[in-house]
Design a protein around this ligand. Structure first.
Ligand code: SF4
Length: 301
């Protein structure tokens, strides 16, 4: 099963509560970025280009807990930067587990094996390992020879120690659908719980601007990859998202349009776009011009 029943139940009851409360917009996932620095420098990354004084900073565990409580989403994704470089990442995870949040700790896994002892296996904690495809492709994508092997070692160590482990894969222009399909087989054989796959959404700050796919190329790639998908592949993302990426359905926004809290506050309007910051989650929801975003808004972003 791609996601444990308890997690599905938590999300389903949360959605029901939002419907009963008559809320029009509510997040399933909070993106919590406790730092921006990283031990890699991927060409498609839009996070590590901040000046040194910003890269040095960390959110405190208390700031993280306040954001999580303010937002109320049942799942918390912790990207970065590289969260395992945060000096108090164990405290942050422990506090979120205590709050019964389902956490996806997004890591490039270079430090996973050596930091595993900081964490306890829990149904609330998954390591979501950044794997951009088969060995050669991943190493090229993260600009680090040998990065794939180190990450794979981390994945194996985490699975052996009883942790939930998933993968997250970002695809850029030129990705070979056959190679990605083989990569899915490899990850299933290694024993990861499930996989997430997404096109690289263009970040203004990323040094490599050439390889972000537009909608047409995204649809072509995902159709080639997913039309005849194997029953053995497990994904931890909605099948509706995959159909959206294949061009079989349309939505007014990307499914990654999630609220984001980081060193600057609540990013407006979401994880992917950066149109200023709000001081509170309430302010984010109430002052963002939501109709000014999305595929039907006319906003080119
Ligand atoms: S691992 Fe993630 S945060 Fe680090 S450079 Fe690569 S994309 Fe950016």
């Amino acid at each position: 099963m791609a996601v444990p029943v308890s997690q599905m139940w938590t999300v389903a009851t949360y959605v029901l509560r939002q419907k009963i409360a008559g809320r029009k917009r509510y997040p399933l996932v909070l993106m919590l970025e406790p730092l921006f620095r990283c031990n890699l420098a991927c060409a498609g990354c839009g996070k590590i280009q901040y000046p040194a004084h910003i890269l040095k900073r960390d959110l405190t565990p208390e700031e993280c807990f306040n954001a999580v409580e303010e937002c109320g989403a049942p799942m918390v994704s912790i990207p970065g930067g590289e969260p395992l470089m945060h000096p108090e990442i164990d405290k942050i995870v422990e506090g979120l587990v205590a709050r019964k949040k389902y956490i996806y700790l997004c890591t490039n896994a270079l430090l996973l094996k050596e930091k595993l002892h900081l964490f306890k296996p829990s149904k609330y904690l998954s390591f979501s390992v950044h794997m951009d495809g088969q060995k050669e492709h991943h190493d090229f994508s993260v600009c680090r020879e040998g990065g794939f092997d180190i990450a794979l070692e981390g994945i194996r160590a985490a699975i052996d120690a009883g942790f939930r482990v998933t993968t997250n894969t970002t695809l850029f222009d030129g990705a070979d659908p056959n190679s990605v399909r083989q990569f899915f087989d490899e990850m299933m054989e290694v024993g990861v719980e499930s996989m997430m796959v997404s096109p690289g959404y263009s970040y203004d700050k990323a040094p490599d601007q050439k390889h972000f796919m537009g909608r047409v190329r995204t649809r072509r790639l995902f159709r080639a990859m997913m039309s005849n998908r194997k029953k053995t592949w497990r994904f931890n993302q909605s099948p509706l998202f995959l159909e959206y990426l294949m061009g079989k359905r349309t939505y007014n926004c990307t499914p990654w349009g999630m609220p984001t809290y980081n060193l600057f506050g609540w990013q407006k309007p979401c994880y992917l776009l950066q149109d200023g910051y709000a001081e509170s989650y309430k302010e984010l929801m109430e002052t963002t011009e939501w109709d000014g975003y999305g595929t039907q808004s006319g906003n080119p972003q």
